[in-house]
Design a protein around this ligand. Structure first.
Ligand code: DAH
Length: 340
């Protein structure tokens, strides 16, 4: 075969190629060691020396042409492979919004973390309380006498071993006082349980954040300062607070701390039930008996304590009308939380 015949034969062979292997064979047949182009180069020796460079150029040009054609055939084969792979799969619309379900933090977690950050920034330590407690820690150690109605079987989930599910975060006060001693500034968020009839505003499981500050010369004004700071940071604006007298066996004096409704600035709205104030946080000066039981020297130290109703606060911030939704595993409800 002369050079033109070789090129014609190559074009013909190329048309029938359908796989990578066939393409490789074709390359070997033309450009390989004993391929047509390599063989024809040997003819050069027999040529007139003047014709040799012209012939050499022609062979090189033919080589290039073949290389190019092999290259584009390789691309074509690749494209055909992809086409075959996609056949049978649905076409992909890249502009379709992602429908994959993603998780989100629960509103209780979001507000709890926020409160933790706020108190940390004010120098408080954070502690975890137990969920299963002794009767002593839950009641005696916080000065709740044996005949107090809160101890009733109706209110408390007692366990067979005589322990109980803690009914309030105050149950951790004694253990934390013993751990830290005085002075101390600690908050301890936790889940509490009460054997209650369940309705839109009562659940048998709910969350509180307890706080305690013990030092020399601690007074009610310290308590008011920290509560005001915390609530202002939670609501992102200055909020007023007020104290009303309240009775709790573990504090003396005890108070109900209300905050001026941050949604209507005290004018009256649905959230504050037209009163302008929201009852949020029972608190008071820790009863000396409670301090003593915690091993604190009452000659030297005083302290305040508060028990913030985290579940109630979350309901207010997220506009949740039924406390039972907070413990629900209903995805429709949980998705609703995510939007807000
Ligand atoms: N432990 C109380 C309860 O759950 C709330 C409480 C009231 C906590 C006054 C306190 C406090 O620390 O000082 O009803």
């Amino acid at each position: 075969m002369n050079l033109d015949e070789i090129l014609l034969a190559f074009d013909r062979d190329l048309e029938s190629i359908t796989s990578d292997d066939e393409l490789q064979n074709l390359r070997n047949n033309y450009l390989g060691k004993s391929g047509h182009l390599t063989t024809i180069m040997r003819v050069m020796r027999d040529l007139d020396p003047k014709e040799r460079p012209i012939f050499g150029q022609k062979v090189n040009a033919a080589k290039q042409k073949i290389e190019q054609a092999l290259g584009s055939m390789r691309e074509k084969l690749e494209a055909r492979k992809i086409e075959r792979a996609l056949k049978g799969t649905k076409s992909i619309d890249l502009s379709t919004p992602l429908r994959e379900e993603t998780g989100s933090l629960h509103p209780i977690t979001i507000i709890e973390q926020k409160i933790i950050e706020i108190f940390k920034s004010m120098g408080f330590s954070i502690e975890d309380g137990n969920e299963v407690e002794t009767e002593y820690n839950n009641f005696e150690a916080v000065n709740v006498p044996k005949d107090h109605p809160a101890r009733d079987m109706q209110d408390t989930f007692f366990l067979d071993n005589g322990e109980l599910l803690k009914t309030h975060t105050s149950a951790s006060q004694n253990r934390i006082m013993r751990k830290y001693g005085a002075p101390c500034k600690v908050i301890f968020p936790g889940r509490c349980f009460r054997n209650e009839d369940v309705d839109a505003s009562h659940d048998n499981t709910f969350f509180q954040v307890e706080g305690m500050m013990i030092n020399e010369n601690v007074s009610i004004s310290n308590l008011i300062y920290f509560m005001k700071e915390m609530l202002s940071k939670v609501f992102g604006k200055d909020v007023d607070v007020r104290l009303r007298p309240g009775f709790f066996p573990f504090v003396e004096p005890g108070f109900e701390l209300d905050c001026k409704c941050p949604y209507c600035d005290g004018k009256g709205c649905n959230v504050c039930k037209s009163t302008g104030w929201i009852e949020l946080c029972p608190c008071g000066m820790i009863h000396p008996k409670v301090l003593e039981m915690g091993g604190i020297d009452t000659e030297k130290y005083q302290g305040f304590a508060f028990g913030l109703g985290l579940s109630r606060l979350v309901m207010m911030v997220y506009d949740i009308d039924d406390i039972r939704k907070l413990n629900s595993s209903d995805l429709k409800i949980l998705k609703d939380f995510k939007i807000k």
